[in-house]
Design a protein. Structure first.
Length: 224
């Protein structure tokens, strides 16, 4: 979070002060990094075990030697690198910026998911989305000039968000728990995560993808 120093702002009417506010909210990747750090010992042990098993073989399955060891290690390293790249992209590109009376929200791909004048904002809405776990609270920003935007507070700097809400001076309205159809009805046009809306299908695809990936890794040394 950062606010523009008062010395940088030109002398203006107090009525125009809101248009000169500058608040920047950076992503908070602490949740993802904490999970990786906590799981790193198990990941390291599992990676080494997988590599050695592929190298030496097990039971009636013949090992593939050094190639199996290398591929076993890379099989675990590749998904971790992918997750690390996504975290890095979000840190580099995502952000919430209030500047010159305009609120802009960017995602990890540097796309503007919200770019609207503060004067067009109509409210802040707290909702509980149908997502498993203790972190199901979300904030919806609505405006007359843009479709609603869903914000996950735990993925953003908490102090920066508090500063932003104070400067926006918009009322919070609590809607309680809303399932996805009701959420879309209450906030028309709101983008919702496909993997959460279609939880059964997305879980099935993840399981099938995981099985296919493991089968490829196990047989890859013999295909080379």
């Amino acid at each position: 979070m950062a606010t523009r120093p008062p010395d940088d702002a030109p002398l203006t009417d107090p009525a125009d002060e809101a248009d000169l506010l500058w608040v920047s909210v950076k992503p908070d990747n602490g949740t993802g990094k904490a999970l990786l750090i906590k799981g790193s010992p198990l990941i390291a042990i599992g990676t080494l075990r997988l590599g050695l098993m592929m190298a030496a073989g097990r039971g009636t399955s013949a090992g593939s030697g050094t190639a199996g060891l290398v591929i076993g290690i890379l099989a675990v390293a590749f998904p971790l690198l992918w997750v690390g790249a996504l975290i890095g992209l979000r840190w580099a590109n995502a952000g919430i910026l209030l500047e010159d009376g305009v609120l802009t929200v960017r995602d990890r791909w540097n796309r503007k998911v919200l770019h609207a004048p503060v004067s067009s904002l109509t409210g802040l809405h707290t909702v509980r989305a149908p997502i498993d776990g203790p972190h199901d609270s979300r904030i919806v920003i609505t405006s007359r000039a843009h479709r609603p935007v869903l914000i996950d507070p735990r993925l953003w700097d908490a102090e920066g968000l508090r500063e932003l809400w104070q400067h926006l001076r918009l009322p919070f309205q609590d809607h309680g728990f809303l399932n996805w159809p009701l959420l879309k009805k209450r906030f028309p046009g709101i983008p919702t995560p496909w993997r959460h809306v279609h939880i059964v299908l997305s879980t099935l695809l993840i399981v099938l993808g995981g099985i296919a990936y493991i089968a490829l890794v196990v047989n890859l040394p013999f295909l080379l």
